[in-house]
Design a protein around this ligand. Structure first.
Ligand SMILES: [Zn+2]
Length: 674
């Protein structure tokens, strides 16, 4: 059967919904009536007057992890994410978000924002039961005025996070309580915000609430919701303006931030705050969606470009060891900023459909994210460094962070990351595929998975078999319920040289790096799409003209032999220091011209996670020589010598492993002079 137009189909439902848009109760009834045709979660058009997105995220459990990704989520579930509430009081039974007298601010919501998707993607009954307990408390304990969450804390900010957990819970379970609760809460906020405006963190993170406002608006309509979005934007920080005329071009000097005991963080400190900037990466895309102001469409790209130019580091992130910290690869980036950048790029990708966001998202997800956890995900850092030669309790030249920041542990420096880190892998999983505005499906990020969704009233599943990001070959087996025509949209990474796509062995024409290939045809069960994105080692340039070795989305690092020293036991886990047991001060004999001939050593998986030294699927051999004068200072690699750098030391063969596996590492190297 030919599939005509999914959009027409959705319009029918949209028209029915518009009749009762003012009343949530009758809107729910409309959804029920339409349920045999379309579940409440299938909304792949933005409701007018919102601008049309390029892509639409699929309901939470549409994408199941497979292969190494499944293993990674299982490692996470068996690690801190699956057990944190059993011993860390801030998300324990006394949490204010469970009705207790304990922590009543952001930590419960942060934990749930990752626990909900992890539990349902794995179908893990133990984790689903934990998740339900928290969701039920929030759903069953709204205040009479519509306010949600612990009564003793009225800050708007932690509720912005809980809304994201609630929408994921609704998508996974179709819980009918979610939309009415959100509706009443937003109505309360609409009444209250003029007299009690956004402040502190909420003022800088307003766009994350707009994500949930748009989610509800697409389901229920109602101009009140758009008015709320306007107020959030109006009261929030002007990120777009900040990056139109970017003033923070140097490592932040803590003295200039103007902190004063007992007063809120000054604007300057909040505008240069790493996690705020990471969250703000979605703000221009969302504001274009709501306002249709075309000047915002370029905003995400402008923010990324400015952060890259002045603070870019080789793992795909910008530096911010609390505040923006320049390009030196010994500066750090916080785990919260890593997972929030990922979520921002997932949102920006959906709205704007820019393939470059997929390249960036993969670079962060496949390097910075695993590189800041121990292999078993029982310990994490607050700040990771691209050039990280020692993790120890000592004062490093951070902008404002403390001496614990690069330890691997339970809550080094501050416990925000301990609560917030859980969303990284699960949300990546739920954004691997998206629905497209033209009634098809798009692969926007690659990893092994299985997609199960519906196009109109036809079930479609797609098996994605691959060892990507370690190998550029991806096999998609398309399995519609019966033959159906739809466009299949596939991201072709910008780094791919001579990429090719074949459908049932027939080549697809004009597959261009840095674009989306669209294959619009009738799909039958068992159709095979073979993607080949050849990966060769390449060199990019960083701080002091240093060389960084990459291969596809993976960044390679010198794996420094590591001695782990337990600093102290922390409940079910521990805090660890890591000391180098091998030399790291090398210059590499590699350049843009010679990188392609570097030796690659491939092997099959060891059964361990792929982001471990033992499980690493590809290593690269490079020649290098020591630079004796490049020495450690304050537990960091000293100032990176300007490239090219000379050395009369013996030539050595160095083995590089991917960044995510090398917990002590050098990533940006001096280039050896000829
Ligand atoms: Zn954090």
């Amino acid at each position: 059967m030919a599939f005509t137009s999914r959009r027409d189909f959705l319009k029918t439902l949209g028209a029915a919904a518009a009749v009762s848009a003012s009343s949530l109760g009758s809107r729910a009834a409309v959804s029920m009536a339409a349920e045999d045709r379309l579940p409440l979660t299938d909304f792949y058009v933005n409701r007018e007057p919102l601008a049309p997105s390029s892509f639409y995220p699929l309901p939470l459990t549409s994408i199941r992890p497979k292969g190494w990704l499944l293993k990674q989520l299982e490692i996470q579930a068996n690690g801190l994410s699956g057990h944190l509430d059993e011993f860390w009081p801030d998300v324990g039974t006394e949490s204010g978000w469970l009705g207790g007298n304990g922590e009543s601010w952001e930590r419960g919501p942060y934990f749930l924002d990752g626990l909900v998707p992890l539990a349902y993607q794995l179908g893990d009954e133990r984790l689903m039961a934990k998740s339900r307990k928290w969701m039920n408390w929030t759903l069953e304990h709204p205040q009479a005025n519509g306010m949600i969450g612990p009564a003793k804390n009225d800050d708007w900010w932690p509720r912005m996070v809980m809304l994201k957990a609630l929408t994921q819970h609704q998508e996974a379970t179709a819980d009918p309580r979610v939309a009415p609760l959100m509706q009443r809460y937003f109505a309360h906020q609409l009444r209250e915000l003029p007299g009690r405006p956004l402040r502190d963190w909420g003022k800088y993170r307003w766009q994350d609430e707009v994500v949930s406002v748009v989610w509800l608006y697409n389901r229920t309509g109602g101009s009140d919701l758009l008015r709320l979005a306007e107020i959030l934007h109006q009261q929030g920080n002007d990120w777009h303006g900040q990056f139109q005329n970017f003033a923070y071009t140097k490592k932040v000097n803590a003295k200039e931030l103007g902190f004063q005991e007992g007063t809120p963080f000054p604007d300057r400190a909040m505008q240069t705050h790493g996690v705020n900037n990471a969250m703000a990466l979605k703000s221009a895309a969302l504001w274009w969606l709501v306002s249709r102001d075309e000047s915002y469409r370029a905003g995400v790209g402008q923010q990324l470009a400015a952060l890259d130019t002045f603070h870019g580091i080789p793992n795909g992130m910008f530096s911010a060891d609390e505040h923006l910290a320049g390009k030196n690869p010994s500066q750090g980036i916080e785990l919260c900023a890593v997972v929030e950048s990922m979520f921002s790029l997932e949102q920006a990708m959906a709205i704007l459909g820019d393939p470059a966001f997929g390249d960036r998202l993969e670079k962060i997800a496949y390097n910075a994210l695993p590189g800041t956890f121990t292999d078993d995900m029982w310990a994490h850092q607050y700040d990771q460094q691209p050039n990280q030669i020692q993790c120890s309790l000592s004062q490093r030249p951070w902008t404002t962070n403390g001496p614990e920041s690069n330890l691997y542990g339970l809550e080094p420096n501050f416990g925000c990351c301990t609560a917030n880190m859980h969303q990284g892998w699960p949300k990546l999983t739920s954004h691997l595929w998206m629905a497209t505005a033209d009634g098809g499906l798009a692969a926007v990020v690659y990893a092994p998975c299985e997609l199960n969704t519906r196009l109109g009233n036809i079930s479609v599943s797609i098996e994605e078999q691959t060892a990507y990001p370690f190998d550029g070959k991806i096999l998609l087996v398309v399995k519609p319920q019966h033959a159906v025509r739809f466009p299949l949209t596939l991201r072709v990474p910008a780094w791919a040289r001579e990429p090719s796509i074949r459908v049932n062995a027939k080549p697809v024409r004009s597959v261009r790096p840095g674009s989306f290939a669209v294959i619009d045809r009738e799909w039958k069960a068992g159709d095979r799409v073979e993607l080949d994105f050849p990966m060769k080692p390449t060199v990019s340039r960083s701080y002091h003209n240093s060389v960084v070795v990459e291969r596809g989305p993976i960044v390679y690092s010198l794996d420094i032999l590591t001695e782990w020293r337990k600093l102290r036991t922390r409940g079910m886990t521990a805090d660890w220091e890591a000391y180098p047991q091998s030399a790291w001060n090398y210059a590499l004999e590699i350049s843009e011209r010679t990188a392609g001939s570097a030796v690659e050593l491939k092997r099959t998986g060891s059964g361990r996670g792929v982001f471990t030294t033992e499980g690493a699927l590809v290593r690269i051999e490079v020649q290098g020589r020591k630079i004796p004068e490049w020495q450690a200072e304050n537990g960091c690699a000293g100032e990176l010598p300007q490239s090219p750098a000379a050395s009369d030391q013996p030539r050595e063969t160095l083995r590089m492993v991917h960044y995510g596996a090398a917990k002590l590492r050098i990533t940006a190297f001096p280039e050896l002079s000829g």
